[in-house]
Design a protein around this ligand. Structure first.
Ligand SMILES: C[S@@+](CC[C@H](N)C(=O)[O-])C[C@H]1O[C@@H](n2cnc3c(N)ncnc32)[C@H](O)[C@@H]1O
Length: 183
């Protein structure tokens, strides 16, 4: 009886952790392909000393790549499991920081570059906030789902032979990045 109870509790806990791993209010967890990260950060002009934010930083891979390029890189993520994992992965990088919280409650006024990979509802909610709060000259990268009104200065389909771009809808590719400049 005791063993059955412990086993059931273990299975329940496992299910909750698995569900929590993929959950996200403005997008579920879907990571950016590793091979595409450095390419897009370079194309967006990320350099040493720049302040980089990732809104919904998942397992931390984009923030870590930005920190390795010399940026002061900050990830904001609402899942405590992903925050824990990101902090562990970045334990030797003093210029990478992860904040457990809501992307809509952060001050981004010092950002030079912001990376966004969220579902349309999250991207739509973010557009007016970013247009208002970012400083002049700051840039934003969106992936797959983009701003409706803010006109990008560049659209890039990042391809690599290991990860062909998947067509998700009419003219809409996974692996397509749009770049915006706050004027
Ligand atoms: C599509 S995943 C992208 C992960 C990562 N940016 C990447 O490109 O590999 C979206 C992430 O945003 C997080 N997220 C969604 N809504 C959020 C919110 N309101 N505040 C903080 N994080 C959020 C989710 O938990 C998830 O990890």
């Amino acid at each position: 009886m005791d063993t059955t109870l412990i086993l059931s509790a273990g299975i329940l806990l496992g299910c909750l952790i698995s569900l929590s791993w993929f959950a996200g209010s403005d997008a579920p967890y879907v990571p950016t392909k590793n091979e595409r990260i450095k390419k897009i950060l370079k194309l967006a002009g990320l350099k040493k000393g720049k302040v980089f934010y990732e809104l919904g930083s998942g397992d931390g891979r984009v923030v870590i790549a930005a920190a390795k390029m010399g940026a002061k890189a900050i990830g904001i993520e609402q899942s405590w499991i992903r925050i824990f994992m990101s902090r562990w992965k970045a334990r030797n990088l003093s210029n990478a920081k992860f904040i457990h919280g809501d992307i809509f409650k952060q001050d981004l006024s010092n950002a030079d570059l912001v990376f966004v990979f969220l579902l349309p509802r999250g991207v739509e909610r973010l557009e007016p906030t970013l247009r208002k709060s970012l400083k002049k000259g700051a840039k934003v990268i969106t992936q797959t789902f983009h701003f409706k009104n803010w006109i990008p200065y560049k659209k890039i389909l990042v391809t690599d032979k290991n990860n062909p771009n998947t067509l998700l809808g009419e003219n809409q590719y996974e692996g397509e990045f749009w770049l915006y400049l706050k004027s």
